[in-house]
Design a protein around this ligand. Structure first.
Ligand SMILES: *Cc1c(COP(=O)(O)O)cnc(C)c1O
Length: 351
């Protein structure tokens, strides 16, 4: 049978290039130094200066009143749904969006909400006509439609502002709350060439993940108006997400905001280069759309999938298994690393 891939990768003696996700990034020496220096206090008392600083920084960056530091984007999205709904309310969102597909049904389990799941358009956004058709009339047969929850980026695709705005117009017309799962918010605004406030402005709440391409080890922030964030802060307590001297983690998040936003452009450039190089090789069926940011998708054949993965693993390159493979570029993949990855793929197909 196949060897344990982790041991193959480790035995290559090369720095590991892990393409499975941008969540794999480890804090750099400079980020660790910022964490080391962080002033801390008891955040449940509101006394952690590093957390307070991060929350203020995030709110200012997005042009909102308030922000809340959280252990994960999953909790951040859940708190947004709890803030905007009561039991029995309906959330309209993309079927493949993270809140619907990858958060273990938390919003339904904890919030008692009902998901109305819409298909995604080619650019990762939703169709405003389908949103309009999905909004329920005031009739006792139906759950009240309460929230429109969008996502950007979606599987790495930056959804264009024109589409986002046309969806938000429908939400406004029907008085829905508007949430953005912007786990990769800064990848989106980089690709769209807009300011953070441009994407954030019309949303009531925005979730941002600190532990993906931004490179922090843990955390997310939920951003919005003061009243909504106050409710989320209260609900965070019963979810068990209240943390004490967590400023040591918030300091990593602040460092990420101050140092790792601009550099996302490098990830996007390298992802495009990787896609172009892999398109020269046979049988990979490369997907990298025009609005793609830091991801490249390939479909190796059944026959190639495991031997290709093992060939790459022996060269210190880690990709996910199977025939539908997502590869994500992040701050641990520099130009030399990218070259090693392209060489790894090329040499497999030359043999
Ligand atoms: C990763 C991700 C999340 C969840 O992030 P965690 O911090 O791992 O809980 C939520 N939404 C989107 C779009 C994501 O990509």
């Amino acid at each position: 049978m196949y060897q344990n891939m982790e041991s193959v990768i480790a035995s290559s003696n090369l720095p590991v290039l892990d393409l499975r996700s941008d969540t794999v990034t480890k804090p750099t020496a400079a980020m660790r130094e910022a964490m080391h220096q962080a002033e801390v206090g008891d955040d449940i008392y509101g006394e952690d200066p590093s957390i307070n600083k991060l929350e203020e920084y995030a709110a200012n960056l997005l042009g909102k009143e308030s922000a809340l530091f959280l252990p994960s984007s999953t909790m951040s999205n859940l708190l947004a749904m709890l803030a905007h709904t009561s039991r029995g309310d309906e959330i309209i969102l993309g079927a493949d969006y993270h809140i619907n597909a990858h958060e273990a049904g938390g919003s339904s389990i904890v919030g008692g909400t009902f998901p109305c799941q819409l298909p995604l358009a080619d650019d990762g956004g939703l169709d405003p006509a389908l949103i309009e058709a999905a909004i329920k009339p005031d009739d006792s047969h139906y759950p009240p439609s309460r929230v429109l929850s969008l996502e950007n980026t979606v599987s790495g695709q930056a959804v264009p502002m024109a589409r986002i705005n046309s969806c938000l117009d429908v939400a406004d017309k029907h008085g829905l709350k508007k949430h953005l799962d912007g786990a990769r918010f800064f990848n989106a605004i980089n690709k769209l060439g807009i300011a953070p406030t441009d994407l954030a402005a019309r949303f009531d709440t925005i979730n941002i993940c600190l532990s993906k391409g931004l490179g922090a080890p843990v955390g997310a922030v939920l951003v919005g108006d003061a009243k909504t964030i106050k409710k989320a802060r209260r609900d965070r307590k019963f979810l068990g997400g209240g943390m004490r001297q967590a400023g040591i983690l918030a300091a990593a998040g602040l460092f990420a905001f101050q140092n790792n936003i601009e550099r996302l452009q490098e990830d996007h450039d390298r992802a495009a280069k990787l896609a172009a190089a892999l398109r020269q090789l046979p049988n990979l069926n490369v997907t990298h759309q025009d609005n793609q940011t830091n991801m490249v998708f390939i479909n190796p054949t059944e026959q190639d999938a495991e031997p290709l993965r093992a060939h790459l693993a022996a060269r210190g390159i880690n990709i996910a298994g199977g025939t539908d493979v997502r590869m994500v570029i992040h701050l641990e993949i520099d130009d030399d690393g990218l070259e090693r990855i392209i060489d790894g793929f090329s040499s497999y197909f030359q043999n």
